[in-house]
Design a binder for this molecule. Structure first.
Ligand code: COA
Length: 312
């Protein structure tokens, strides 16, 4: 499949690419990612990591990566990751090298990307650095609606002083609370707590610990589930803390902090991650304080956009 767009004398062709061109495509994306005014959420900044993420796109891998070229030069990239439940595509991009041709190239990429989707996938979502004004304008022009901003936080050293010393400290390690991987006694209660705290999110409670390379831990007291954390090792090797929840009556006892620290330790020890990142709503002061109190630093603010459904 291929399409072309005319803009003055320049003809841009959009289509899939040969897998042997992956290093070139990933290097192009990495160059855009390094610029905050072009940055797209959730794809990292390192060429190798981006190549791994693109190859792992669900369900089509590199077939869902579209490249815009003017003659042989790459001028734009858009990648798609989609699911049937929810029937949603997550766009990575559009990455466009030049401001002058942004609209034409981005529109051609989006048109070609939508043509890849199964008919039932009607919801679209992506998130960008808040400094990426070109993609924000593109989103508005295509009928996307903005959601609430999120803070992207990063812990660059999972063996670092604060993350390790928090565990075992008197204040943050309530001795009667156990933090352990899910088992048959805790799985259903964790799923119910997750579905109550994060209704309608991309991973429902009964699927929390189904994927490989995931860390899902439950905090219990006398066998009762009080909280949980879900994290994963991503394709680029970084850890990602996906969900954290503590039952209302058990809050402000250090359980959330204990869960995150334990998850980071497992990301490091069991899955070989040296760093971890996460996103949290800007308005979620409690969680932001928790994460920064154990050494996470704010890297950027991300703005999500949706079409065909509302982000809540
Ligand atoms: C965010 C959440 C997990 C915190 O769990 P918790 O067990 O209450 O947190 P902790 O007791 O470990 O708190 C650790 C630190 O976080 C900060 N914090 C936690 N709750 C806070 C609140 N309501 N207001 C301000 N700061 C808060 C504090 O700095 C606290 O340290 P301190 O008690 O020594 O002052 C819990 O409020 C929750 O489940 N919220 C709903 C789900 C959610 O927002 N998850 C995070 C996004 S993925």
């Amino acid at each position: 499949m291929s399409s072309a767009t005319d803009r003055g004398d320049d003809e841009v062709a959009v289509g899939p690419f040969a897998p042997t061109d992956l290093p070139e495509v990933a290097a192009f994306v990495a160059a855009q990612q390094a610029d905050p005014t072009k940055h797209i959420a959730y794809l990292g900044t390192e060429t190798d990591g981006i190549a791994a993420e693109l190859a792992a796109l669900e369900p089509r891998g590199l077939e869902a990566v579209l490249v815009a070229r003017r003659e042989v030069e790459i001028v734009g990239v858009l990648a798609a990751d989609w699911s049937d439940d929810p029937p949603r595509v997550w766009w990575f991009g559009p990455f466009v090298a030049s401001r002058e041709t942004f609209d034409a190239v981005a529109d051609a990429l989006l048109g070609a990307g939508r043509a890849l989707l199964p008919a039932g996938v009607t919801q679209e979502e992506f998130a960008v650095d808040r400094r990426n004004e070109a993609v924000a304008a593109f989103a508005r022009r295509h009928g996307f609606e903005p959601g609430e901003g999120s803070s992207a936080l990063l812990a660059t050293d999972l063996a670092g002083e604060r993350l390790t010393s928090s565990v075992g400290g008197d204040q943050d390690d309530p001795r009667d609370v156990r933090v352990e991987p899910l088992d048959d006694r805790t799985r259903a209660a964790v799923a119910a707590l997750h579905d109550r705290l994060f209704p309608g999110t991309h991973t429902p409670g009964d699927r929390l610990d189904r994927e490989p390379d995931r860390v899902v831990l439950a905090a219990t007291r006398d066998g009762a589930v009080l909280g949980y954390v879900a994290a994963e090792r991503q394709e680029d090797g970084a850890g990602y803390v996906d969900f954290l929840g503590v039952d209302e009556p058990a809050r402000r006892q250090g359980i959330g902090r204990q869960l995150v620290v334990a998850a980071c330790q497992r990301l490091r020890d069991d899955l070989g991650c040296t760093m971890a990142h996460l996103t949290v709503r800007e308005s979620n002061v409690a969680a932001r304080r928790l994460y920064t109190s154990i050494g996470f630093l704010e890297e950027r603010v991300l703005h999500p956009w949706s079409r065909g459904f509302r982000l809540d």
